[in-house]
Every structure is written in structure tokens, then in C-alpha cells.
Design a protein around this ligand. Structure first.
Ligand code: SAH
Length: 478
């Protein structure tokens, strides 16, 4: 049977891709349909037919899935940020857990029996909305030329106004309105992705959920040089006066990004008002006692360009699990690769002999060192550079060793020189924290073929309503 574009069909959604699209089959031929939920019977319009599969657009849900819920955000279909908001949170967690499992089996080559034996139930949230401590709103203009902030509609250059994101802090709205008003009053042009003209690209808002401190960083289409007086924006004073009046406002800066790219942040920032960083506090939790707080806390200074997990509540659970998996007795040397501002490193330092962090972003390394001093921690040090370069070099030249290695790489996982050196260093345990279970599984395969055994696996949902999840894994040397 052959299918054609624009054909109207009826499909049962039986599965979901890792991007959150529903999958339904007709005569064995798979259709990918965004916005459907596993269990839906849906009417779709065929949008694209390939040799072995096709895409469809959801026209109408004929029989809703038992897992379908009323989405809280009116824009959830257009925005694409919350790919699975129409699915019950319980079902989302099951979906994430089974994806971790499948990747470990299919990509990692581990047996089903082993994966099921070592897996612990995924850690979800009780209130899975408004959890993000960081928001990056693209700024543009609407049809009438009025400045708006919101999100890019699909794969287009046009911005749909929405400052009331279901994942963000509700207080962001006020800040965004101030920025938009200032733009209008001072005729500040918004950046246009299609022409590369205009000034204001994005508004980054970050807040310390425990400290209440707020950071605003405007990403602008301008070079860092040539503005000695520090006047980066038209009517800068007025904007600062307005924003500085918001309770908790701590840092106002600009970030220079003159490049034609969809990468949001540039490489350099300049402070307009307040401090370079905001502070936040992270508390260690007791994994055995349902993640109760145990009283130990660490405070962190965070720069605009440093990575910091977006979900503070789940982040505490994730790092507490990593600490638990590391099972430290007090005299170990621990390497924390991809350490960012030293969040996991400083958690570990409280229970280890010595912690060494490696991180590529200079601002984050500076934050990490400062955070060490800020918390009176004397047994941690940080190296700037790529993990796949710093680790082999230190190993070959200085013969460094480790009892435990913790890694927390970006989605692409660890590069092979990094994995190879880890194997040569022969640590007792490796704790792998991952935001992509596919690359996690790929790397675990290498490590386990090199003499390690899969011991514990647990998902932690840091990104409810989206398809993403974090996973913590413990592997032990045979
Ligand atoms: N463990 C930290 C950061 C995790 S995010 C935390 O939980 O907060 C991953 C970090 O790896 C980012 O800070 C990023 O800047 C850094 N990074 C990316 N590629 C890297 C590389 N090749 N070597 C070292 N660090 C890298």
C-alpha cells in the first residue's frame, strides 16, 4: 500500500520516539506524528512520505489515550519546548525509565536481566511545573513592529509572544515586560535572525531558588570592543533603574554575541549593575530517607556563562545520588570531569581526601575556585581545559591517579581519549552522570569492556514535560 501527501488517515499510536513524537503503524508502515500520546487513536494528515516511514500532522484525536491530560500551556504545540506536556506525568516517567533501559540494552549491549536487576526507580517531582531557575527568551517584534519575547515558532524565524512559560518562574513576566517597555520607549531594535540586523537577541533570567537572587543578562548583537564608557544600550540608565527595583535583583549584564548563529550566548559579558554573579545554595539530601535534607549545604556563585542545572530541587537529588554512588570513606582521590562551577566536586569534597575538577569554560573554572574558598573547602582543585586533553596529559606526565572518577559530560558524552585514560587510571568506581542515555550507553559499553561492571542505574527527572532526563550510573572495577 502506498501513501500520499495530504492523505487523511486513522492511526493508533503505539509507541513514542526519543524526541516525543507518537508512532503509529498502518500495514506495518510507521508514521511519526507530533503531539500525539501513546494510546491515542488519531486522525492525521500525511505531511511527508519517505521510503520506509512517513510523517503526519495530528488533525483530531478520535479516542484519547488514557494517558492524555489537558495541557496547562496554550502554546504547547507550537513552542516545542514541552514535547510531552499532553501526557500524564506518571506516564512521562515510565517513558523516560524505559528509554534508559532500552538504550542500555540496545546501545550498551547489557543483558535485560542485568539492567533490570541494577535499575532503581526513576526519581520524579511532586510538582512538575515552574521548576526552571533559568530562562532564555528570544526577543523579536510582532506584526505591528512591537517588541515581544517568547519562543521561536517551530523551525521559523518568527517569535510568538509568551512570557508566561509553564516551566519558568512566574515572576519572569514582570522582568520581561520591563525590558520590552524599555525597548519600545527607546526604539531599541530587536535582533532579526533572518537578516542579522537589530540589537537585542535574548533575555537570560536566572534566579537562585534558595537565595532569591536574580540575574538578568541581555544578549546583544554587538562586539565587545569599542564601548569604553560602558554605555552598551540606548537609554541604559532607565533600564537599569527599572530592573534594579525588583526585589532580589543582584546582577544585570550584557553578553556580546555578534555572530550569525543560533547559539544563544556569546563568549564575553560586561556588567551593567550589581555583581558579576548570583549566589545559590544546594543542600545534600539523604538518598536512603526519601531525599530528606541532612543539614549540609554548599553555596555557589554563578556567572552568566557558567553551566548550572536548571532544576534546583531535582539537582539536589541528582548530586546526592552521585555522592551516594561514589560511596566515599574519607581518604579517596576523586576526579570530577566536566565539573562546571564545582557543584558535584564540592559535594564530594566533604567526604573525600582530595577532589580534582576539570572544566573547559574559563568563567566556570573561576566560579569553581571561588566557590571552594567561599565554603572553606581546602581539598579541591580545578583545571581548565578539555577533559579529553587534560586527563591524558596529566596521566602521561604526572602519573595522576584516582580512587573514584565522576563524569558529567554534555549530551555528546565523553571523547575516547578521556575514556581510555579513565581505564588506564583504574579507579575502583566510576560514577557517570548523564543527560543523554544514548551516549551514556555507548560510553558504558567501552568502560565495561575495559574491566568494569554495571552496578547501579537510576534516572532523575530534571526536565518534566520534556523528553529529557538525567541518569546516574555506578560501575565498579572487576
Ligand atoms: N557537573 C556540572 C556541569 C555539568 S554540564 C554540574 O552539574 O553543574 C557539563 C559541563 O561540561 C559544562 O560546564 C561544560 O562547560 C563542560 N564541558 C563541555 N565539554 C567539555 C570538555 N570537552 N571538557 C571539559 N568540560 C567540558
Amino acid at each position: 500500500m502506498s501513501f500520499q501527501k495530504n492523505q487523511i488517515l486513522m492511526v493508533e499510536i503505539a509507541d513514542m520516539t526519543s524526541e516525543g513524537e507518537g508512532v503509529g503503524k498502518l500495514d506495518g508502515f510507521p508514521f511519526f506524528v507530533k503531539d500525539t500520546v501513546i494510546g491515542d487513536r488519531a486522525q492525521i494528515r500525511v505531511t511527508r512520505v519517505k521510503k520506509n516511514y512517513a510523517y503526519g500532522r495530528l488533525e483530531k484525536v478520535l479516542t484519547p489515550s488514557p494517558f492524555r491530560v489537558e495541557p496547562v500551556c496554550a502554546f504547547h504545540r507550537q513552542c516545542g519546548g514541552c514535547q510531552i506536556q499532553a501526557m500524564s506525568y506518571e506516564r512521562q516517567l515510565r517513558f523516560k525509565q524505559s528509554r534508559i533501559r532500552n538504550n542500555l540494552i540496545r546501545i550498551g549491549g547489557f543483558s535485560q536481566e542485568l539492567v533490570d536487576r541494577v535499575s532503581e526507580p526513576i526519581v520524579g517531582m511532586e510538582e512538575p511545573f515552574h521548576y526552571r531557575n533559568k530562562a532564555q527568551y528570544p526577543v523579536g517584534v510582532d506584526k505591528n513592529g512591537k517588541p515581544v519575547a517568547g519562543f521561536y515558532a517551530g523551525r521559523t524565524h518568527s517569535i510568538i509572544a509568551n512570557t508566561d512559560c509553564a516551566l519558568g518562574a512566574p515572576e519572569n513576566q514582570e522582568i520581561l515586560e520591563m525590558i520590552l517597555n524599555w525597548m519600545e520607549e527607546n526604539h531599541v531594535p530587536a535582533y532579526r535572525e533572518d537578516t542579522g540586523e537589530g540589537l537585542i537577541r535574548h533575555a537570560l533570567i536566572r534566579r537562585g531558588f534558595r537565595s532569591g537572587q536574580i540575574m538578568v543578562c541581555l544578549v546583544i548583537n554587538q562586539r565587545a570592543d569599542g564601548r569604553k564608557a560602558g554605555e552598551y544600550l540606548p537609554g541604559q540608565r532607565g533600564l537599569i533603574d527599572a530592573l534594579a527595583g525588583i526585589p532580589g535583583m543582584t546582577s544585570i549584564s550584557v553578553c556580546f554575541n555578534p555572530r550569525r548563529t543560533n547559539v544563544i550566548m556569546g563568549q564575553e559579558t560586561a556588567l551593567l549593575w550589581g555583581k558579576e554573579t548570583i549566589e545559590d545554595i544546594i543542600r545534600v539530601r539523604d538518598v536512603e530517607k526519601n531525599f530528606e535534607e541532612i543539614g549540609r549545604e554548599i553555596s555557589f556563585d554563578i556567572s552568566p556563562l557558567s553551566f548550572y542545572q536548571v532544576n534546583p530541587e531535582q539537582m539536589e537529588k541528582l548530586y546526592s545520588l552521585a555522592l551516594d554512588y561514589a560511596a566515599l570513606k574519607g581518604d579517596e582521590t576523586v576526579w570530577d570531569l566536566y565539573c562546571g562551577i564545582g557543584t558535584i566536586s564540592l559535594f564530594l569534597a566533604g567526604e573525600a581526601g582530595q577532589v580534582c575538577g576539570v572544566e573547559v569554560t574559563p568563567q566556570a573554572v573561576r566560579d569553581a575556585r571561588r566557590n571552594c574558598g567561599k565554603n572553606g573547602i581546602g581539598n579541591a582543585c580545578f583545571f581548565e581545559g578539555r577533559a579529553e586533553e587534560v586527563l591524558p596529559e596529566k596521566y602521561e606526565r604526572e602519573g595522576i591517579s584516582a580512587n573514584v572518577i565522576v563524569v558529567d559530560p554534555p549530551r555528546k558524552g565523553c571523547d575516547s581519549p578521556c575514556l581510555e585514560t579513565m581505564l588506564k587510571m583504574k579507579p575502583e568506581r566510576i560514577v557517570y552522570v548523564s543527560c543523554d542515555s544514548a551516549t551514556l550507553a555507548r560510553d558504558l559499553k567501552v568502560l565495561c569492556e575495559g574491566g568494569y561492571e554495571l552496578e547501579r542505574v537510576r534516572g532523575v527527572d530534571l526536565f518534566p514535560m520534556t523528553v529529557h532526563t538525567e541518569t546516574v550510573v555506578l560501575i565498579q572495577r572487576k
